[in-house]
Structures are given as C-alpha cells and as structure tokens.
Design a binder for this molecule. Structure first.
Ligand code: MG
Length: 291
C-alpha cells in the first residue's frame, strides 16, 4: 500500500495512492485526536486494512502533506552512514563529531534528531530563516517508519518492526550545525524535513537495494544505493531501541550518501529559489523549493 496524507478543497484526509491511474482513494477518517496515519498503522497491525470511502480524487489536484506530523518523539536521524559521504563531511571541516580529518568511518551509529515541527510535505516550500543561516544544504535519505513498537529489538527481528518506507530531505543549516556542536538546531528548523510523497508499506520494497537520487535545480548531485549503508536498518533499529522504546509512527532517517553541498570545493550551498528533488525508486519523489 501507498498511503498519502493530503489536503483537498479545504479538508485534510488520508488516501490510498494508485500511481498507475494518478488517483487517490479516500480513506475513512478515524475517530480520536491522535495522528491519523499512526491510527491507520495501529489498526493495520491489529489486522484491519484501511477502509475506503466512495470518493476518488486526482493526485494532481491535491496538496500532499507530511504523512505523519506527530510521531511519539523527534525524527531519529543517522549521521555519516555512507562511506563516501562520511569522508566528504569529515574533510569539509563542518564535522564537530570527528576528532581529526582522518576520523571518517564512525565506530557506532551517530544518532541525532530533528524536531517534529520540521516535517513538511513533498511539494511544500522550505521556509529558510536566511538571517540565521547562509550555509544551507540538502541530504537525500531513505526514511523508515516504525510499526510494531518495541524496546531492545534484536537485529534479527528488526525488519518486522518496520511498517513503511518513505523519502526524506534532511535539510541542514551547516553554519548552525558547526556553531552549536550538537546538530539539533541546524537540523530542526521548521519545514526543514520534507517527507513523502507518501508511505510505502514494507511488503512492497527491499530496503537493502533502493536507488536514491537527488538533484538541485535539475543537476544530479547524489546517486547511491541503500546497499551501501555503513550501518544497515536492523543495526540502526537495534541500536536506538536498546536505549528507548520505538513506537508506531516513529520516523528514522537512515543517512545521506555523498554529493551534499559541502562535499564540493568550494561548497555549493542552496540559495533562495533553488529546488531540491529527491527520488527513491519504488517510493516516489520530493520536490521542494527553498524560499
Ligand atoms: Mg542526514
């Protein structure tokens, strides 16, 4: 299943996406005040598939929204998780986690977070506070959506806790990331986490072999495959869940490959008006303008 959250004619709903026909079947709204996508996940784990209304709308007519807006915790992110990106980041001088320029491959996953207010839709503008950042960068990433909750999840069981996958752009203010040492502020600016265009349930994809691409204004900057992750998804889930219980709807950004702006000499930072497109085969695309 591909499930989107969208706005159409002033109302917000979830829809089952049919990419072939370019339409959405509108899902019956759940009662309750929680995050509606998390309610769908929880019902699905209990054996109920989403129930459709009679309404169908054209994908082209809707505004896609972040599929989940209220995860139980911040978006969990992995830093330096592709070897070539780890090298470019460490050598850029922006990496406050590295001891020196040869300290490239982490011994254990580097885990940081983005505040949920950073989540935004697949075509939404990224609203950049240019007065506090002049070093804006992009990071195309595979996103993992947790289904079955758990604490202390074993590597061997980890993929059974994944409900879906999605695309993420881990937009980053490099100057804030370096200045504050902790990456939280430079990563958490409101709208700095485009996600979507929808969630694709885990049964439809092989997360160990997904082609990922990123373009800036049509120029290909990143092109990689998730088979090259340093720490794979089971290792990431085992590591995080050793510390904290993962809940349905929690979001993990698995790390970005080489080709980010600071990987170039001189760096290629984003400017107002630039458009970043992120595509993952079998999932879909994000396309967000920096404003
Ligand atoms: Mg990242």
């Amino acid at each position: 299943m591909k499930i989107a959250r969208f706005e159409y004619q002033g109302a917000i709903a979830l829809g089952l996406v049919d990419v072939g026909s370019g339409t959405l079947g509108v899902i019956e709204a759940a009662s309750g005040s929680g995050d509606p996508m998390i309610a769908v996940i929880e019902r699905h784990l209990a054996g109920q598939v989403p129930r459709l209304t009679e309404r169908r709308v054209s994908l082209a007519a809707v505004t896609l929204l972040a599929p989940i807006t209220r995860p139980s915790k911040n978006v969990l992110c992995i830093g330096k998780n592709y070897a070539a990106h780890a090298a470019e980041f460490t050598q850029s001088g922006y990496d406050s986690s590295a001891k020196n320029a040869t300290d490239v491959i982490p011994d254990a996953p580097i885990v940081f977070t983005k505040a949920p207010g950073s989540l935004t839709g697949a075509r939404a503008p990224v609203q950049v506070p240019w007065e506090i950042t002049q070093q804006l960068d992009y990071e195309a990433e595979l996103g993992v959506i947790i289904g079955r909750p758990g604490r202390g999840i074993a590597r061997a069981d980890a993929l059974q806790h994944v409900w879906a996958y999605t695309c993420i752009n881990d937009v980053t203010a490099r100057d804030l990331q370096a200045k504050h040492k902790q990456w939280l502020l430079g990563k958490s600016i409101d709208t700095f986490c485009p996600i979507g265009p929808w969630l694709v349930t885990a049964d439809e994809l092989d997360p160990k072999n997904l082609e990922l691409k990123c373009w800036v204004n049509g120029e290909l900057r990143q092109h990689a495959n998730t088979r090259d992750l340093i720490f794979d998804i089971p290792t990431i889930i085992a590591t995080i869940s050793a510390s904290m219980r993962l809940e349905a709807g929690d979001i993990i950004a698995t790390g970005t490959p080489a080709g980010v702006g600071i990987g170039f000499k001189p760096p290629k930072f984003l400017k107002s008006g630039d458009t970043v497109r992120v595509a993952i085969a079998g999932i879909g695309e994000l396309e967000n303008q920096m404003v």
